[in-house]
Design a binder for this molecule. Structure first.
Ligand code: NIG
Ligand code: MN
Ligand code: MN
Length: 342
């Protein structure tokens, strides 16, 4: 039997590598050339190398290996000209790597190892927000979501001007085939948004949850019942294909207008398994990458996103690194939009 432990490892900067461009101007620049060990950069990457929640949820494990592979794929993407111009002379202040929280799990669910990992990860998230940065979490299973939320919650609770009746309204936008509001005796990758709903209810705060890409073939009627009880705003996978962009954008904008701050999470199984094969629970239908990227830009443009994460990549089932590359593209999109909006 393995011993259940959690630990934090600092950024491994030897992983930030990519193409050398000795014959080009210095505008041939890649993200690997920007990354620094996290201090107080505008963006702080923090890995959640944990798939205990997937295991507890009877899923196929492997997501714990994803954070360094998503980083590696991101490292090789070019930095767009607009960003280089805008931040000339300040490029080392843009991207920090805060390392990974590891959850070395076993089958002893009572060991609370997942819960401890979520708390440790939440502390890092909170620290980055308090330093003025945007934390971007790299899962790991979708149990990362409860940690990301807790990190945001901790920060908001510490703010000087916050009282119960004046607390900022939190909105959560999740791109996911699954609602992840399961009832269970332990936390899993299928329970985070139900846990968040309960946490908010305990503190007399509203639960504003918009789930985009929900599949009627990936959620039971019991889950749809709970979604209705909790007032979840559902935009189904079929809606995403059949409705116009203007109609979808309006729904998302209306949701955003009613909240003060946002937590945005992308469960990579929202995309079709032909596009992202390396996930814990693949989706047959899925929503388009073109739509997801456009929606992510719209959400980031609100300026309300205080924490974001990318979850559920499972490298064991990836093909030709395809899934990590899609995750890296979304990570670059979030990063670009955040920085350009500054
Ligand atoms: N993170 C969520 N996972 C899905 C898993 C479904 C499955 O294994 O088929 C869920 O709980 O609904
Ligand atoms: Mn999912
Ligand atoms: Mn999920």
């Amino acid at each position: 039997m393995t011993i259940a432990t959690i630990n934090h490892t600092l950024a491994d900067m030897t992983r930030w590598t990519g193409r050398a461009e000795p014959f080009e101007t210095d505008r041939a620049r890649y993200w690997y050339q920007l990354a620094q060990p996290y201090e107080q950069q505008c963006i702080g990457l923090i890995g959640f190398a944990c798939d205990q929640g997937v295991r507890r949820n009877q899923g196929r494990v492997g997501a714990r290996a994803a954070p360094p592979l998503i980083r590696q794929a991101f490292a090789t993407l070019p930095v767009i000209a607009e960003l280089q111009q805008r931040f000339e002379g300040q490029l080392p202040t843009l991207l920090g790597d805060a390392g990974d929280i590891h959850c070395h799990d076993n089958d002893d669910f009572a060991a609370s190892i997942l819960e401890q990992a979520q708390i440790k990860y939440a502390d890092k998230v909170s620290h980055i927000i308090q330093q003025g940065g945007l934390p971007i979490g790299l899962g790991g299973g979708h149990a990362i979501a409860y940690g990301s939320f807790l990190g945001l919650w901790q920060t908001l609770s510490k703010a000087d001007d916050v009282t119960v009746d004046k607390a900022p309204i939190i909105g959560i936008i999740n791109f996911d085939a699954h609602l992840d509001i399961r009832q269970s005796d332990v936390a899993t990758s299928g329970t985070p948004f139900r846990q968040i709903a309960e946490h908010l209810a305990e503190h007399n705060q509203p639960f504003n949850y918009c789930c985009i890409g929900v599949s009627r073939f990936s959620n039971t009627a019991a889950l749809f019942d709970r979604a209705e009880q909790l007032g979840v705003h559902i935009i189904s996978d079929e809606d995403c294909h059949h409705q116009t962009w203007d109609m979808l954008a309006k729904q998302i904008e209306t949701f955003i207008r009613h909240v003060d701050v946002l937590y945005m999470t992308i469960d990579m199984d929202c995309l079709p398994s032909s596009v992202v094969p390396g996930v814990s629970a693949p989706a047959a239908y899925g929503i388009g990458l073109i739509f997801v990227e456009r929606a992510v830009k719209l959400i980031m443009a609100s300026g309300k996103v205080k924490v974001a994460d990318i979850a559920e990549i499972n490298p064991t089932f990836d093909v030709d690194n395809r899934s990590c590359k899609v995750a890296a593209r979304l990570l670059a999109t979030i990063s670009e939009q955040h920085l350009l909006a500054k």
